[in-house]
Design a binder for this molecule. Sequence first.
Ligand SMILES: Cc1ncc(COP(=O)(O)O)c(C=O)c1O
Length: 471
Amino acid sequence: MKLSDNILTPADFGLKSNPTNELLLNRYKLSDLADEFGTPLYVLDVKSLTERAKQFRHCVSSNLLFTSRVFYPIKCNSVPAVLRAVKNAGLSAEAMTDFELDLAIYCGFEPSDIIVNGPCKTESFLRKCLEYKVHLIVIDSISELKNLIRIQKEIPVQIDVLLRVNPDFVPKDLNKNSATGSRQSSFGMNEEEILRALAILKSHPNLRFQGIHFHIGTGIRNPETYSEVIRKLHRLFGNIQSAGVEIRIVDVGGGFASMTTRELSPFEMMASQAISSYQLKFKQQMFSTCEEYLQEIFLAMSEFFGSDMPTIYFEPGRCLVSPAQTLLLRVHRIKERNGMKWLITDGGLGTITMPTYYEYHEMFLCNEFNRVPKEVVTITGPCCFASDLIYKNKLLPRVNEGEVLALMDTGAYFNSLESSFNFYKPAIVAVNGADCKIVRRRETFSDMIQRDESSLSAHKEKYHEICISQE
Ligand SMILES: Cc1ncc(COP(=O)(O)O)c(C=O)c1O
């Protein structure tokens, strides 16, 4: 599927505008939300998230030639309101850390609806997986497998496992560095290690091998990437079957792209940091629908398995949640010097950390989205730190101090990579049809110091004064 042209409009993100060209999400003006709840502020569109998750699930489950399950990777956005929305849409969960497993349980996922993955499952984390009796564990290394076997002697529950394969595969449209299935990445096991792990599993019937997992990266736009990697795995599937072992599940991971953002190429990443006149553009690209990804996955799977298809597991994160959230930033100061202009906002490294370094994100002026673009500016955050940059060389209309910018597609890997840099972390307001409510309040002074050794007795009065002033 192709977007109609190079220019993204607010409508591509489900936003509307009123006769004076202010941006609205349903009936809420974005600049009103910024005024009421303060900035930086995340605005979560719960309805669009729920619909997208339902559509994905419907798309894969309506193919009657195989059975499937969809697991939302909590790492992508771990805000409880997001987890509740994907759970209501019928998705299960994937946890990569101790915290994510606790959070999934806290948000109401049954252990039988949780798979556990990740490269560093500590002994205590593995123990917890057995105690909870999660649906299955994706084993990342031989060392982890041996550790699990030892723990199982003390907690003798049966558990299903997948083996994560590193397919030695770099998708054509991804940077090598972000290809999680490349031989240079530490994730998963190679073919020889998988076969060794299988041999170990044979003598441990309490760990039941169910199949293979792979995950090759994030933001993959071309669906043929999936058929290519699955074809590459045919030999491994054959070797597993020749060892007399049945493959009941193939987990194809996540990575499906959002249609309104994209990863920068290595050249663009360097150029946008180094060349002061280099402007990033949303280039016209192929973006794919769930049906298109599925068609390629099904094709390559059925070439090997015929009509005896295993169950296919999917782990979509970014494509569901990225477009469902917008970050509002207020421009507090404007500076112009030596032919350069800076818009200094209240969110940057102290809020969003990394994604705008390696991804293209669109930006709109909330109170007049169609004011004519006139000048190239650099948008910074509030930190006293040279790389606190949101955007270098962005063509924008003339913006005034006090106006609010909307940074789009900030639902995936923004909150979970959130930083602080000694600023209070932003609130999240959720718009759900006609409703609007705070689902995460702005961080406060007491949140930020509550883990510290209590010098509070000495400074009790000041502490209370500050907390009261924030109420
Ligand atoms: C194992 C695994 N599954 C799923 C995902 C989600 O990927 P995405 O958000 O691109 O769909 C990730 C993210 O990197 C991952 O590591």
